[in-house]
Design a protein around this ligand. Structure first.
Ligand code: AMP
Length: 600
């Protein structure tokens, strides 16, 4: 008996020493880290534990990725076969004979390539309450796509999609940051510019809304953000943005700025530039601008965590009065990075941010993802190239060579068959009921991580200018426009294009180019985009020379027109501003008409 007692005593003693040691180590690490101004010991410790937890999860994900990257073919095969077996008994699985598909080859032979219309009847069934029409897992929500190149679609989202996104996407990027820049994984908070969506529900109670990161999906990690939780109940965007900025500014030791897209960060800085006096006044007095239209209970809760801070107000006033060049580093000297999508349609905003507000701040474009789920992760946070390593455990990938993209039933290649330098249309089969689905993105393989392709995002298929078979991609047009911007010596705030068929013009087919410069300018050489594109693109040049295409019509629009266009587009779609991307080719007459009406 006494021996047993002695053992118990020793166990208790040892656990107390180990537990106490671990706690002391944690507290020591927390105490010696750089904190955000608004952290308390409790929130800083939670922040520390969250970072550690995510890095450990990320470490496991990265180890799996490395393993899978050495055996891409088998990883993909297993993913597909598991998916087919799991969904054999669903209505869809029975209709398409999953039972008889025993290999990747049989699946590719027996199942057609699909587009959204293929799924519409099944989505309708799900909306009407038949939740298992497509998948054996009950959908958790219907994801609304942003509809950048057409109409928004509704895609079922199962737990698989969220889990993969979290483990192989978010956790993985914590590991990548920890490995490449441990000094960035700190207890400094992040000013995350995101907005609470207005969820809709089907009659049977299934949620409809965006899959992209939003405050509701981040409830467990609010302590990582500078914005206090009550602010996430503000549903109007200008007001929510004001509060994000206010609490971000209050934190002299802010670590990151985050948003889904660079456009949101850009809008944040523009708003800062136009409203800094009100914001500084609020910091001075420790109250919130009485003109800001927010519910009074939220205002009270936010003011309860503020106190007058004349010192910070003075510091900010001095910097803002000196101008907005490189302002991010001047008001947040310890800012580590800006994390948001900077590629594809976001390049425009990224270069505006880099040339003005955030010259000395590193940007990291971490994820290539969509309503269809996780597609790729940028494994190298400080590379200027922003390549995404395709994640073989997230989707079963197939690819169509870009030159075959126009055909209805082209051959596909598998993930292990891609070649460096080639461009491909992406086709996915995933855990939420999409099979051989042509999602419309075009990517180019730039290098490999072991056997895994690392791709550059090129464009969405619908974002192609094509009035006479010349096929000018968003990428090509943007490169031309960047050259013009330089020659014009102006900074463009935004741009889009359209084909002349959508205007009332009776001339030869041509492009309309709408530009909104940072400040209005009157002496622009409007022939420049056309001459530059002619020298950049031989097919365009040959059609111009033959007179098949007329020259580009450049239309300068009033300041604020693009913001108004965004509001107009969001008002008529179910997409949320967290996922909005300005289409670089307009496809609706009313949008073209609106910009024409707002020309200068
Ligand atoms: P949505 O489904 O509405 O969220 O939009 C997803 C689409 O956004 C993708 O299919 C891509 O066209 C685009 N997208 C997502 N991530 C990136 C990225 N990292 N770079 C460029 N475009 C992206």
């Amino acid at each position: 008996m006494s021996r047993l007692l002695n053992v118990v005593k020793r166990v208790v003693f040892t656990s107390t020493i180990i537990g106490g040691g671990a706690c002391s180590l944690i507290l020591y690490n927390v105490g010696t880290s750089s904190w955000s101004d608004s952290h308390t010991w409790s929130s800083a410790t939670r922040h520390y534990l969250t970072n550690k937890f995510m890095v450990v999860l990320g470490f496991i994900s990265f180890r799996d990725l490395v393993k899978n990257s050495r055996n891409v073919r088998e990883t993909q095969e297993n993913l597909l076969m598991d998916n087919l077996v799991k969904n054999t008994a669903t209505l869809y699985g029975k209709e398409f004979g999953f039972e008889k598909m025993n290999s990747v080859a049989e699946f590719r032979k027996q199942h057609p390539l699909t587009r959204y219309s293929h799924y519409q009847p099944y989505v309708e069934k799900i909306q009407n309450g038949d939740l298992l029409a497509l998948t054996a897992d009950i959908p958790l929500q219907l994801a609304v796509t942003s509809g950048t190149s057409g109409k928004s679609s509704l895609l079922p989202t199962t737990n698989f999609i969220f889990t993969r996104f979290f483990l192989s996407g978010i956790a993985l990027l914590f590991q990548r940051l920890q490995e490449t820049h441990p000094e960035w994984v700190t207890l400094q908070k992040s000013m995350k510019l995101f907005y609470t969506p207005r969820w809709k529900y089907t009659e049977t109670g299934l949620r409809i809304g965006p899959n992209s990161s939003n405050p509701d999906s981040a409830q467990r990690i609010y302590h990582l953000y500078s914005t206090p939780p009550p602010a996430y109940r503000i549903l109007t965007e200008p007001e929510a943005l004001y509060i994000h900025l206010l609490f971000g500014l209050l934190d002299q030791n802010l670590g990151n700025i985050e948003a889904n897209f660079a456009s949101t960060v850009y809008t944040g800085f523009r708003t800062l530039e136009s409203r800094w006096e009100e914001l500084v006044q609020d910091i001075q007095t420790g109250t919130i601008n009485s003109n800001l239209n927010i519910p009074s209970d939220i205002r009270e809760q936010l003011e309860a965590v503020m106190k007058p801070n004349p010192e910070r107000a003075e510091e900010l006033r001095k910097e803002f009065t000196a101008g907005f060049e490189n302002i991010a580093k001047r008001i947040w000297p310890n800012l580590n990075l800006i994390m948001c999508t900077t590629t594809g349609t976001m390049k425009m905003y990224t270069s505006s941010l880099k040339s003005k507000y955030c010259r000395d701040t590193q940007t990291y474009s971490p994820i290539y993802g969509a309503s269809e789920g996780l597609l790729g992760v940028n494994l190298y946070p400080d590379s200027t190239q922003s390549l995404y390593c395709l994640i073989p455990s997230a989707q079963f990938f197939e690819f169509i060579r870009q030159e075959d993209s126009d055909t209805d039933n082209p051959d596909t290649l598998l993930l292990h068959q891609l070649e460096k330098g080639q461009a491909y249309e992406v086709v996915v089969t995933n855990g939420s009921g999409l099979y051989r689905y042509r999602m419309g993105d075009v990517v180019q393989v730039e290098s490999f991580f072991n056997e895994l392709p690392m791709v550059r995002f090129l464009h969405r298929q619908g974002q192609m200018l094509n009035v006479h078979g010349e096929k000018i991609s968003e990428e090509v047009f943007f490169t031309t426009l960047k050259k013009c911007e330089k020659t014009w010596n102006i900074r463009l705030r935004d741009y889009t294009t359209a084909e002349s068929v959508l205007s009332e013009s009776s001339a030869l087919p041509h492009y309309l180019l709408f530009i909104e410069p940072e400040s209005e300018c009157c002496d622009l050489n409007l022939d420049l985009p056309d001459t530059t594109l002619r020298s950049d693109h031989p097919v365009y040049e040959s059609f111009r020379a033959k007179g098949s295409i007329d020259k580009i019509q450049v239309i300068q629009v009033k300041r604020g027109s693009f913001q108004a266009l965004q509001e107009m587009m969001l008002a008529t779609s179910m997409a949320s501003s967290n996922q909005f991307k300005v289409p670089r080719v307009l496809r609706k007459e009313e949008h073209v008409k609106y910009l024409l009406e707002n020309s200068i």
